[in-house]
Design a protein. Structure first.
Length: 467
């Protein structure tokens, strides 16, 4: 069952990925009904792993193989005709297949009778090589037509031709949005990655690197112990950012081949990205993917691509408290911001508004403008954690009761209790206590007055009892 489900996922993922990476199909779609299908063979027998979307040629001779098969009817006297005229002169034809003959720009291959419902036959009609000194560039196309005497329903296709870089030239291609969701894993999406060899020599076991932002993880379905993580937190084979993960790939990529990175069992994409319960959202979390050859790359500008992973909506409750102490002509506002979650905060902006009769003083991490001190931080505040700070005030008159501390800018998650975002405070009118001081005489006089007051209270109580 796992393999059946995986095969369905694999086909859907491949289809979605191909739509994203090929703006124009290398093989042109047929314009009418056809019963004979022409396809370019993969370089190996692995399903959907290495693919050859076009005829990419270099200094080494390329002898592509094409499969011709009937869909629903047996085909008699099948002939494959190739038109080389649309191919540019920077590609040379250096050989013709055993069942084929060339006349001018036309190659004709006689394939005999093909049985419907089978895999048909494979033919290698020609061998190609880049002309000496040819630059890496598109090189036209070749057109093919397959026809038979019975039934007379021909098939046709066209294949782009390009010249490869003379040397090592790796490239990485990633899937565009929307990413394919991972079954049974909420808020997780596959990372479809393709390693391309645009050079004309073998690309030997390159390294795939993921740069993972904070808030998400990249997981490896292959459980590859050769991957090495730097930074972040590793939970099994889930790598939580911010982290860098380097995974050596255990295969070579032939010239001109696109190698899709799949998991080896049921074969969905090998890697997927996931958000956690505390991931702020909705928000994008781009994952950078880089391919690095073992030898210097001729064109490293296309060795990196970005997967636009996006986390779903989340909620947050950021609460602030404030306290004030006074020392003569100055006061200090102490504030505490607590993130009650469930989402992390991606930062914060704390604004202290000084009450009338006071003015904020400069302090590290804050800017002062008029009666406001604004303290901005881009540091994450995880759920269930707190952070504190202080802002000094100068007393310029009789302090009013309109001071406040407000927290905002905690990220994309929805605030569930906006009332908790503001705390009021009052600056004491004098003294060094956070509460209003008791006024009046002090020392022995104050003690005597207290004794007299106590005596008066006792007399009043005694009189009430007698009456």
């Amino acid at each position: 069952m796992r393999r059946i489900v995986g095969s369905v996922v694999r086909v859907v993922a491949a289809a979605a990925l191909m739509i994203g990476v090929f703006a124009t199909p290398a093989a042109a779609e047929p314009t009418g009904p056809q019963d004979l299908v022409i396809s370019l063979e993969r370089s190996t027998d692995y399903l959907l792993y290495p693919i050859r979307p076009d005829l990419a040629v270099g200094r080494t001779v390329l002898t592509p193989a094409f499969r011709v098969r009937p869909l629903s009817h047996p085909a008699t006297d099948v002939v494959l005709t190739i038109d080389l005229a649309p191919m540019k002169d920077n590609v040379e034809v250096v050989g013709i297949g055993s069942r084929c003959a060339r006349t001018g720009d036309t190659v004709r291959c006689e394939l005999g009778t093909l049985v419907a419902g089978t895999s048909g036959t494979v033919v290698q009609p020609f061998s190609l090589r880049a002309a000496p000194g040819a630059p890496a560039a598109p090189a036209g196309r070749v057109d093919m037509t397959a026809a038979s005497t019975e039934p007379n329903i021909p098939g046709a296709s066209s294949w782009d031709v390009r010249v490869l870089q003379p040397g090592i030239d790796a490239r990485v291609v990633t899937e565009a949005e929307p990413l394919l969701p991972v079954p049974t894993r909420p808020d997780s999406h596959y990372l479809s990655v393709i390693v391309v060899n645009d050079g004309d020599v073998l690309l030997k076991q390159p390294t795939l690197t993921f740069e993972i932002p904070r808030g998400i993880a990249v997981a490896d379905l292959n459980h590859d112990r050769t991957c090495r993580a730097t930074g972040g937190v590793q939970v099994g084979f889930q790598y939580w950012g911010p982290a860098r993960v380097d995974c050596p790939l255990p295969f070579d990529v032939e010239p001109g081949v696109w190698y899709m990175i799949w998991e080896g069992g049921s074969s969905p994409p090998r890697f997927y990205a996931m958000a956690g319960p505390a991931t702020p959202g909705p928000a994008p979390y781009p994952v950078k993917v880089t391919v690095t050859p073992q030898e210097p790359d001729l064109d490293p500008s296309d060795n990196q691509s970005t997967v636009p992973f996006r986390a779903a909506s989340n909620k947050i409750n950021a609460a602030v408290r404030a306290a004030v102490t006074r020392d003569g002509d100055t006061a200090t506002v102490s504030w505490t911001v607590t993130n009650h979650g469930p989402s992390d905060a991606t930062g914060r902006t704390v604004t202290v508004t000084a009450p009338a009769g006071t003015e904020p003083l400069p302090t590290a991490g804050c800017t002062v403008s008029g009666a406001k001190a604004t303290c901005v931080s881009k540091d994450w505040l995880p759920a269930k954690e707190s952070v504190t700070g202080t802002v000094p005030l100068r007393i310029t008159g009789t302090p009013g009761g309109d001071g406040s501390v407000t927290v905002a800018g905690t990220g994309p998650s929805t605030e569930t209790k906006p009332a908790d975002n503001t705390a009021r405070f009052v600056v004491p009118s004098s003294g060094n206590s956070p509460t209003l001081p008791i006024t009046g005489p002090s020392g022995p006089l104050a003690a005597g007055a207290a004794a007299v007051l106590t005596g008066l209270i006792l007399v009043l109580v005694a009189r009430r009892r007698r009456t």
